[in-house]
Ligand binder design. Structure first.
Ligand SMILES: Cc1cc2nc3c(=O)[nH]c(=O)nc-3n(C[C@H](O)[C@H](O)[C@H](O)COP(=O)(O)OP(=O)(O)OC[C@H]3O[C@@H](n4cnc5c(N)ncnc54)[C@H](O)[C@@H]3O)c2cc1C
Length: 301
């Protein structure tokens, strides 16, 4: 059986939307294809009349800085994110999370937009976008709309984006400034099934007295969607950013969050212990960076 009949390469967002419209819901956007082609092969999606490739849309391949705001095109690959100095310096957790996606072959073609549009609660790049409080722009036939990133996700594999009618175009986020930093750590089986046991992205800003001013924490997979750990964030605000406070919050995270047993990932008992470890590692690295202390980048390889 043919998994798709026609393949079109769009050169603008308008052209992609027109092509989708021409197929009346029977076509689907493809970027790197590292999720979609497997989904089609495994029968998770019905065969498509057409695939619409967005990797040649110039605006979706851009990384642009506008003051303290960073815009990342949805068609930017994980490898490009890892290699971009401004993201290394001022959105470090995104580099650390995109840097552990698959292997080099996957990262060279897989996109940040595909990671978000696939809407999995363990998606590494997505966890960092959530911790960084990013926004996502979605183009529809009737115009474009910016969504706070958390509002994009509806359930596992489900989002507000309909890739048979809409295009996820760009992400927008505030770069970390002085006295701010971010970090991402992940625990993964060294061999076998390519599913993370748990990932944790953290973004912090400290005030002049070294207290937590703003905090973004996203761990996954824990719930059906990638979500902020608001209870932990609230407990940190106003507290001094020192190892004892970090240890207290990491320990609290173990009690407050409830990951499930997954036969492909690990038992709930093991994963809950890893919450404490990941929170401690990620918060310590983010605070060190906010304080100007050099911290080696996290790499799972
Ligand atoms: C071997 C292997 C290892 C992997 N390891 C990891 C890992 O460690 N961590 C991780 O997070 N993921 C991993 N993945 C999953 C995958 O590589 C990522 O989720 C990747 O970012 C998907 O991007 P893509 O460009 O390939 O998306 P595609 O497969 O092209 O698309 C995925 C979905 O998003 C839709 N879509 C894509 N772009 C757009 C857009 N701009 N607008 C609207 N809809 C869009 C598609 O229609 C499709 O439904 C792995 C995959 C493989 C094959």
């Amino acid at each position: 059986m043919k998994l798709w009949s026609n393949y079109h390469v769009a050169h603008s967002v308008t052209e992609a939307l027109t092509l989708l419209g021409n197929y009346g819901g029977q076509a689907q956007i493809i970027a790197g294809g590292t999720d979609l082609l497997i989904d089609l092969q495994q029968g998770n999606h019905e065969p498509k009349t057409a695939l619409i490739d967005i990797t040649k849309v110039p605006e979706m391949a851009l990384i642009e800085q506008d003051g303290d705001t960073l815009i990342i095109g949805a068609g930017v690959t994980h490898s490009s994110i890892v290699a971009t100095p401004i993201i290394q310096e001022r959105a470090t957790c995104l580099v650390e999370s995109c840097g552990v996606v698959g292997g080099p072959q996957v990262r060279n073609v897989a996109t940040l937009g595909g990671n978000v549009a696939h809407a999995m609660p363990a998606a590494d790049g997505t966890l960092s976008l959530v911790a960084l409080d990013a926004e996502a722009e979605v183009a529809s036939p009737d115009g474009r709309h910016w969504y706070p990133i958390q509002q994009v996700f509806v359930g596992p594999g489900k989002s507000v984006i309909d890739p048979s009618r809409q295009v996820l175009t760009r992400f927008r986020l505030k770069l970390t400034g002085t006295h701010a930093g971010s970090a991402f750590h992940r625990i993964m089986r060294p061999q076998g099934v390519a599913l993370p046991i748990l990932g944790c992205a953290v973004s912090v800003a400290l005030d002049d007295d070294e207290r937590f001013q703003t905090v973004g924490i996203c761990l996954g997979p824990i719930g059906p969607t990638p979500a902020r750990a608001v209870e932990l964030e609230t407990r940190l605000i106003g507290r001094t950013a020192d190892p004892s406070v970090i240890a207290e919050i990491a320990d609290y995270g173990r009690q407050a969050l409830h990951p499930r047993t997954s036969k492909y990932r690990a038992t709930a008992e093991y994963r809950v212990e890893m919450i404490e470890l990941l929170l401690r590692q990620s918060l310590t690295a983010a605070v060190n960076r906010a304080q100007g202390i050099t911290t080696e980048p996290f790499s799972a390889e």
